[in-house]
Design a protein around this ligand. Structure first.
Ligand code: NDP
Length: 323
């Protein structure tokens, strides 16, 4: 009998990348599914609202998963996070509570839930590592989302200690790739800038980037992250979280991001910087040392290659993409 792997949030950026990876990695390989008989189920919110326990239990009754990759979350950019703190806290707590309870009740063998680097304390020493999750308050701008995510780690340990459950979590840095949210107002930096740059090219207008361009960030390609999730599901032995990210030396400035986007889009007009707009935190450097200890030979896709694939996907799917 094959395994049944339920991917909550299976229609989002990361869920679609997992679907792509399961289809493209050889069966039985380190980043591929275990066997031909496995069934991967990619959930959308249309199948049920995970904020509701009855609907969540019905989904688990229907599919009887042996494994869960839990990605579903209320996700948003800075603006939404600042405005709807209680909604971000409550919705994410409800989703996480229901998914983990349903997984325990259905004797799921392993659950990986997805956290975010927002969980880390605002005041912290760099590079940040996994041991810092609970060491101080998160940044005030998104404390609702951050506390909701932090609690997942608390749940994982409590489920393990009281019921022996094998529940763990992953902490990815900034993710980008096909099926991202390319909204111009409320998206993450890469998809937002890609969309802006394409419009500037189409309309013959300048490409204006918010902020000074100096902040540093680590970006992970969704298809690399997908491989790491599958590896984690199969091999990672800990309850404690693991940071899934490129290394510190691959941290890049927003200016470099914008330059790569200009190249990938083939934009030849003027690039201008709107320094009246806020920069956000200067850096949030995370260490991927733990990951590299487990997977020293992992090859991340070069940033420019991954970006080009994402831009090409967006151009080809402009009409159906989230904008
Ligand atoms: P997306 O916004 O692309 O997708 C979110 C997914 O969650 C969708 O499939 C959506 O379903 C589902 N969902 C949302 N609310 C509910 C609900 N109430 N019931 C059922 N399903 C729901 O997210 P990403 O792929 O970007 O993110 C995946 C995970 O990674 C999240 O946990 C996020 O916090 C985390 N993360 C993301 C980062 C990023 O840069 N994007 C960075 C770090 C962490 P549908 O579309 O069908 O409504």
């Amino acid at each position: 009998m094959g395994k049944v792997i339920l991917v909550t949030g299976g229609t989002g950026l990361v869920g679609r990348a997992i679907e792509y990876t399961v289809k493209n990695e050889p069966v039985g390989s380190r980043f591929g599914t275990w066997s031909q008989d496995d069934q991967w189920v990619y959930l959308s919110s249309k199948e049920g609202d995970l904020r509701d326990l009855k609907e969540t239990m019905a989904i688990f009754d229907k599919y009887k998963p042996t494994h869960v990759i839990h990605l579903a979350a209320l996700v948003g950019g800075l603006f939404k996070n600042m405005k709807y703190k209680l909604t971000f806290l409550r919705d994410n707590c409800l989703i996480n509570d229901n998914v983990m309870w349903a997984a325990k009740e259905h004797n799921v063998e392993k659950v990986i839930s997805c956290l975010s680097t927002c969980v880390f304390p605002d005041k912290v020493t760099y590079p940040i590592d996994e041991s810092a999750v609970h060491l101080g308050p998160p940044h005030s701008s998104n404390f609702g989302y951050a506390h909701g995510k932090r609690l997942v780690d608390v749940y994982n340990h409590a489920y393990h200690e009281e019921f022996g459950c094998n529940f763990t979590s992953a902490i990815p840095t900034n993710i980008f790739g096909p099926y991202d949210n390319y909204d111009l107002e409320d998206s993450h930096v890469i998809p937002g800038l890609v969309h802006k740059c394409l419009l500037a090219k189409k309309n013959g207008t300048p490409f204006t980037v918010s902020g000074s361009g100096t902040p540093l960030r680590q970006f992970i390609y969704s298809r690399d992250l997908a491989k790491l999730f599958i590896w984690q599901l199969k091999e990672y032995p800990e309850i404690d979280p693991i940071i899934l990210s490129v290394g510190e030396k691959d941290e890049i400035t927003i200016k470099q991001v914008a330059e790569s986007i200009v190249k990938a889009v083939g934009f030849e007009g003027e690039v201008s910087w709107d320094s009246s707009k806020a920069d956000g935190q200067y850096k949030k450097t995370a260490s991927n040392e733990k990951l590299m200890k487990y997977l020293p030979d992992f090859q991340f896709t070069p940033f420019d290659v991954a970006l080009k694939e994402s831009v090409d996907w967006f151009v080809e799917n402009y009409d159906s993409a989230r904008t």
